[in-house]
Ligand binder design. Sequence first.
Ligand code: GDP
Ligand code: MG
Length: 192
Amino acid sequence: MERTLVLIKPDGVQRGLVGEIIKRFENTGLKIIGMKMVYADEDKASKHYADDEEWLKSVGEKTLRSAEKKGIKIERTAIEQGRWIREMLMSYLTMSPLVALALEGNEAVSKVRMITGPTNPQEALPGTIRGDFSVDSYMLGDSLERPIQNLIHASESPKEAERELKIWFNDKELHFFKRVDEDLIYRRGSKK
Ligand code: GDP
Ligand code: MG
């Protein structure tokens, strides 16, 4: 069983999409084991988007790859691009309250990413949260010098999920109970 972190970012809360977003995760059978509304401060935001070279590089590389596909040249290196994005993310995450969710279930990390869609809403298919509820793009975000408003943060790997869950939830805020459909989905098949 895997756990993952979802943040409904301030744009999702301000747009009144909290219920719609939670519904999509919950409907799959993923279990909400923690949930809260938080007004994140700088400290929390900078722990969440850690000043870690590996992460900065991976964020920057995603953008450079997408720009290259469109024939756009970005003069910054991947790390420089990542650092620039991180700065902007601090004010995005702290601009108004967000909703944090801890979700649990079979391959929860990749399932949640699939429901969420890719970082750039312009590349996100209809049916995903970012595809259905945002027209934002790398180009628009960059030209307005703000992060892409893509409604959700979702951990990208089980390792990232473990680190991030600790930032937003303590042990007492994660709950243990059984969803009624668990007996169906996690039941061993019986031979007749
Ligand atoms: P995620 O895991 O899909 O959220 O994407 P990343 O971890 O790569 O990036 C973190 C967040 O930074 C994204 O969700 C966007 O809000 C923002 N972001 C990422 N890349 C860019 C970019 O190239 N330009 C702008 N303006 N924002 C970006
Ligand atoms: Mg990420």
